[in-house]
Design a protein around this ligand. Structure first.
Ligand SMILES: Cc1cc2nc3c(=O)[nH]c(=O)nc-3n(C[C@H](O)[C@H](O)[C@H](O)COP(=O)(O)O)c2cc1C
Length: 210
């Protein structure tokens, strides 16, 4: 049994979200092999692990079994090339609860250009983006992996993105951008409705002279 399985077997997965302050940034630093060397307080709070339980552990300590392998395959292919990567990831807290994040990486190299550290920053993802777009896609990828392996989940992902004429990163950036645009429109609509209501009240105040 490999370390990943050992770590995951200790945790009973619960279909409940971690309650956390979604304005915060979850941060960690690893060596070139993804071994955790530092985690900020937010990481500790949200994951539910103590610092001493995280340091020296592989980052898959928070890997959720609902995550398709192919997403991490693409993530590592990019990181090893020294490229940033934005992935939407479901993480597993020590309690067995989950938390969804979007990643952002910085890559530190030595004077010879060899990668020495990765810095991962994660922020929360709008629930709607997850439930409408990401969960259905990941579920499919996971099913394909279970039936035919990661080779075919990758082929499916490539086909899915080809149809959308987007890379994975472009696709998720667009999902979030579209969500934010819709939120803004809704806020403007609410503001306009408030203004109209205020105008109406003013009109009656003037009309009845009070
Ligand atoms: C800086 C950094 C941050 C990472 N953050 C996460 C994370 O938040 N969740 C996660 O499941 N994997 C994360 N990974 C990827 C893990 O190293 C690992 O590839 C993943 O959990 C899948 O496990 P596996 O590669 O053993 O299949 C991160 C890797 C690096 C280098």
């Amino acid at each position: 049994m490999n370390q990943e399985n050992q770590l995951q077997n200790k945790i009973a997965v619960i279909d409940k979200e971690v309650t956390w302050d979604k304005t915060q940034v979850i941060m960690s630093k690893t060596n070139a092999f993804g071994i955790i060397e530092y985690a900020n307080e937010v990481f500790v709070d949200v994951s539910g692990y103590e610092d001493y339980e995280l340091m020296g552990q592989p980052h898959n300590i928070i890997r959720h079994p609902d995550m398709p392998k192919v997403i991490f395959k693409v993530l590592w292919e990019n990181l090893k090339q020294g490229r940033n990567f934005h992935a939407i990831v479901k993480n597993l807290a020590k309690s067995g609860r989950y938390y969804w994040v979007i990643t952002d990486f910085e890559i530190a190299k030595d004077e010879n250009g060899a990668i020495v550290n990765y810095f991962g920053r994660r922020q929360s993802v709008p629930q709607e983006v997850v439930s409408l777009h990401i969960e259905p896609l990941y579920k499919k990828l996971l099913q394909i992996e279970a039936a035919s392996g990661v080779e075919f989940s990758e082929k499916y992902l490539i086909g899915f993105l080809e149809e959308k004429k987007r890379s994975y990163v472009e696709y998720i950036k667009e999902l979030i951008f579209e969500h934010e645009k819709a939120q803004l429109k809704f806020a403007q609509y609410e503001e306009q409705a408030d203004d109209e209501e205020e105008e109406e009240r003013g009109f009656f105040r003037r009309l009845f002279n009070r």
